[in-house]
Write a protein that binds this ligand. Structure first.
Ligand code: MTE
Length: 328
C-alpha cells in the first residue's frame, strides 16, 4: 500500500530493512535492535497483546471495531446538520474503515484496522490545561452528555492526494472552548494524542511521540472545526481515532489528530508531529491548496478512495466561504 507521507529514505521495506535509518536521531542503537526484534515477533504473530489480527471475514461480519458505552446507544445517530452538502458521493463505510493513517499502529493504511484491537479507547479522560480559567480532566462519556452532538458531511483530504467524504458525528470545538474560558493570552491550542508503546508498536519507532498538532485560536473557534466522536452514525472505530479526534476539513488530514488525551492553551505556537519529523515537507498551516505542490508530488488533483475517481483539488478543500477570511 503506497505510503507517501514519509520521504522514501525514511521508510522500512517490510521484513528486510534495517530499522536504523528510519529512526529519529534521538533513538539509540539498542532500542533499534529491540524494535527489529519486536517487528520479527509481531510479523510472526508471537507477540501477544501488541496487535490483534482480525480476518477479512471477521471484519465483514463486524466492521465496527469500537468500544461502545451505554451512553453511545442513546446518542447515535445524531441529527444531521444540513448546512454542509457534498458535491460527490459519500465514501462507503467499509472502504473508509480499512484505509487509515494511524502511524502509532502501522505504516500501511490497509493494515491499521487489523492492529488496533488491543487499544482501549474507553474509559478515556481528556485533560484541559494551560492558559484557561477552568483547567480540568473530563471523562469522554461525561463530555458527550454536555455537548451538542450533530452529524456533518465533510470532504476529507490527505496531503498524500487521496480523499474521502464521510459523515462525522461530533460537536464544534468552540462549544468546549466557551465552557473552559481561555485566558486572553491564549492564542494557540496544542492537541496531544495518547502514548502507549506497549500497545501501539509504531511508537517504538521514529517519533516524536506522542503525536501532536496545533491550531491558532481563530482556527479552533471557527464553526467548521469539530471534535469528532463518531462516524457513519456510530462511535468512532479505533482506526479512525476513537474516542475523540479533531477534524479541520479545510486542512490536510494530518492536522486532524486522533485519540486526543490533552488540549492545552498556549501563547506561542507549539511543535507538531509531522512538522518536527519532516519540516521541509509539512508546515504548521497545512491548508489544502491545489496551487502549492508538495515537494514530491502535485496537489492539483486528488484520488477518491473506493472509486479511484480523479477530481480537481478545491482551494481550502471547498470551504473558502467559512475559512477564507482567516488567510487573507
Ligand atoms: N493522528 C494520530 N494520532 N496519528 C496519526 O498517524 N494521521 C493523520 C491524521 N491523524 C494520524 C493522526 C493523517 S496523516 C491523516 S490523513 C488522518 O489522520 C487520517 O484519518 P482517517 O484514517 O480517519 O481517514
Amino acid at each position: 500500500m503506497a505510503n507517501l507521507i514519509l520521504p522514501p529514505t525514511w521508510r522500512i521495506p517490510e521484513r528486510k530493512a534495517t530499522p536504523e535509518p528510519l529512526y529519529f536521531k534521538a533513538v539509540n542503537r539498542r532500542s533499534c535492535l529491540k524494535l527489529f526484534g519486536a517487528g520479527v515477533l509481531l510479523a510472526s504473530g508471537v507477540l501477544p497483546g501488541c496487535t490483534t489480527h482480525v480476518s477479512e471475514e471477521e471484519f465483514a461480519k463486524n466492521p465496527k471495531n469500537f468500544d461502545w458505552s451505554d451512553f453511545d446507544r442513546e446518542v447515535y445517530p445524531a441529527t444531521r446538520y444540513p448546512e454542509f452538502v457534498l458535491d460527490r458521493p459519500l465514501t462507503e463505510e467499509h472502504i473508509a474503515a480499512q484505509y487509515n493513517n494511524f502511524y502509532e499502529f502501522s505504516e500501511a493504511k490497509d493494515d491499521v484496522w487489523r492492529r488496533v484491537g488491543g487499544f482501549k479507547s474507553r474509559p478515556w479522560t481528556l485533560e484541559i490545561k494551560g492558559l484557561v480559567n477552568r483547567p480540568q480532566q473530563i471523562d469522554v462519556d461525561q463530555l458527550l452528555r454536555t455537548m451538542p452532538l450533530e452529524e456533518r458531511l465533510y470532504r476529507h483530504r490527505c496531503v498524500e492526494a487521496w480523499a474521502m467524504t464521510v459523515p462525522w458525528t461530533g460537536f464544534p470545538l468552540k462549544a468546549l472552548i466557551d465552557k473552559i474560558e481561555p485566558l486572553s493570552g491564549a492564542r494557540y491550542i496544542r492537541f496531544t494524542s495518547f502514548y502507549s508503546p506497549n500497545i501501539a508498536m509504531g511508537q517504538r519507532g521514529y517519533g516524536p511521540w506522542p503525536y501532536t498538532e496545533s491550531l491558532t485560536m481563530e482556527e479552533a473557534i471557527n464553526e467548521l472545526t469539530m471534535l469528532v466522536t463518531g462516524i457513519y452514525g456510530h462511535p468512532l472505530p479505533k482506526q479512525h481515532g476513537a474516542p475523540l479526534r479533531l477534524v479541520t476539513p479545510w486542512k490536510y488530514g494530518f492536522k486532524s489528530i486522533k485519540s486526543i488525551v490533552s488540549i492545552e492553551f498556549t501563547a506561542e505556537p507549539s511543535s507538531t508531529f509531522w512538522n518536527t519529523l519532516v519540516p521541509f515537507e509539512y508546515g504548521f498551516v497545512a491548508n489544502v491548496n491545489p496551487q502549492i505542490p508538495h515537494p514530491r508530488w502535485s496537489q492539483a488533483t486528488e484520488r477518491m478512495i473506493g472509486t479511484n475517481q480523479r477530481l480537481p483539488t478545491l482551494y481550502l478543500n471547498g470551504y473558502e466561504q467559512w475559512v477564507g477570511h482567516l488567510y487573507t
